[in-house]
Every structure is written in C-alpha cells, then in structure tokens.
Design a protein around this ligand. Structure first.
Ligand SMILES: [Fe+2]
Length: 281
C-alpha cells in the first residue's frame, strides 16, 4: 500500500490496496492517514454494495439515510448521488453539496465520515467534470487572530437542514423530510473527537443563528467564519476517476460540489455511505 500526501494542507492518495480484503495493518494506516489528512482517495477499487458498507463499518456505525426515496433498494445504507434520470425522474440526489458545508451538521451526532464511491464520472474532451472541493476547518481555526478565538470560544450555533440552504431549491420530497429534522446546536469552534484539533464548524447553508446573540450579529459572524473556512490556502480539489473511493472527515473539512456537467450529455453516479459520529463538544 502506498500513501501519498497532497501538497495541500489536507488530502492523501492511497494506492495498491484492495478495500474488499484490507488487512488490519493496512486499515490502521488508512485510518491514521484519514484522521491526519481529513480527506483521502483510494483509487481503482472494485467494491460490491456489501463490501463498501463493510469497509465503512470499520470506521463506525452505518445506518440507513433519511432521504429514503434515493436509497439503494436492497441496501438502504447507500444513498444514490446522481444526475441520471429514468422515466423523467432523478434516480438519486442530484444537487447534494451546492454550497460549502459539512454533512448532516443538522443532526445531534453528525457523521464521523462520508464515503463516496464513484461508479460513473462525467467527462468532456477527456477531462473529468464534477470536481469536489474540500477545505480544512482546522487550519482555518488555527489561522484566526487570538481575539477571534476568544470571542467564539463558548459560542454555539443553531443548525437547521431546512435553513438557508433549503431556499436554493431541492425537490419537494426532500423538503418534506427536511422539515421533520429539528434544529440542533453545536459549538462554533468544535473539538475533533479523535485528533482534539479545534475546527470551525459553521456554514452559511445550515447555520441560522448563534445562541444568545442578535440575529444580524450572528449571521455576520457565521458568514465571516464560513468565508475564512474556505479560503483558497486551506483547500484541496478532488478530480474524480471512476472507481475512486473518496472519504472525508466531517469535522476537519468542509466540502463543495461543482456542477459543470449536465444531464443527459453527462452521467454521474456515486454510492454514498455515512459513518456515525458522536455528540459535539
Ligand atoms: Fe455533502
């Protein structure tokens, strides 16, 4: 197994390993690289649905996704991320990630990790489309002036999936399910449960306010911290290849999808699995 760090503050590529039959020693190397680098890509995998879920389970619990209409019929732990339409209907979630965010921050125990396994990657003139951008929320926190670190030390933000992001238009079925998710509260500067690094944990899409702070002031602070989180210097851009298994840490990094591909000339299909996390502090 070969592990290569990217030149960026996050990201690593891992090759010469078969995740369907990973040894304990290989897994230990994968997990420590994941914790350290926030996002890792393991190339050229051939994983059945069961093998993908089994690999994810080595990191923690794996549960069915709440957007039930886009889950795999036999494996509800797998959410289809796709722009493909069949009989005029989307077969999967087609606009996941159109603003910078971290997955399911609107739950009280946000997932430790998200895995995306690429089955079909759109291309044009031999170039992959649909890059996924990542940014390091830990490096962004470290870069803050001490006065800002002190100001946000005990602040907690309100996260709501039917919040600001929802106004950017997803399907009606999504909206109905989203409204069932109550708002939750997380620290603005969250401590990573494993690495203990402090990470900025706010996003413009899902944070609606800060406990005990006037709305105008809260939204201005959220936007300022969210902009800091995604500055160019903290980023890694992933260029997809079919059979990539990409996984990211939902505390250390935030991510953004790019939508430079269009149905029906481009087809994109990925299997997504999330690994359960813990309460935030
Ligand atoms: Fe996401």
């Amino acid at each position: 197994m070969q592990i290569t760090h990217t030149p960026n503050v996050i990201g690593a590529h891992i090759t010469d390993v078969d995740l369907a039959r990973v040894t304990d020693a290989e897994f230990a190397g994968i997990e420590s690289t994941f914790n350290e680098r926030g996002v890792i890509c393991i190339r050229q995998q051939n994983l059945s649905e069961q093998q993908l879920i089994a690999f994810a389970r080595r990191f923690g619990s794996v549960a069915p996704h709440f957007l039930k209409h886009y889950t795999h019929p036999d494996h509800p732990e797998i959410l289809y991320i796709s722009n493909i339409q069949e009989n005029g209907k989307d077969i999967g979630h087609s606009d996941a990630g159109s603003v910078w965010h971290t997955d399911m921050s609107y739950t009280d125990k946000p997932p430790r990790a998200t895995l995306l396994y690429a089955l079909e990657v759109p291309t044009e003139n031999g170039k992959a489309l649909g890059n996924t951008l990542f940014s390091c929320a830990a490096a962004a926190y470290d870069s803050l002036p001490d006065a800002t670190k002190q100001r946000i030390a005990n602040l907690r933000a309100i996260h709501q999936v039917a919040g600001r992001r929802a106004k950017t238009g997803t399907g009606q079925q999504d909206q109905a399910l989203r409204r069932e998710q109550p708002a939750v509260i997380h620290p603005v500067a969250r401590t990573h449960p494993i690495t203990r690094r402090k990470c900025l944990y706010v996003s413009k899409g899902e944070c609606e306010g800060i406990e005990g702070m006037a709305q105008d002031e809260a939204l201005a602070l959220i936007d300022e911290l969210a902009d800091r989180t995604v500055e160019e210097r903290f980023r890694y851009t992933h260029h997809w290849q079919p059979r990539d298994l990409l996984m990211w840490d939902n505390c250390t990094v935030q991510h953004l999808a790019s939508f430079d591909y269009k149905w029906p000339q481009h087809r994109r299909l990925m299997h997504r699995v999330t690994v359960g996390g813990s309460a935030t502090f």
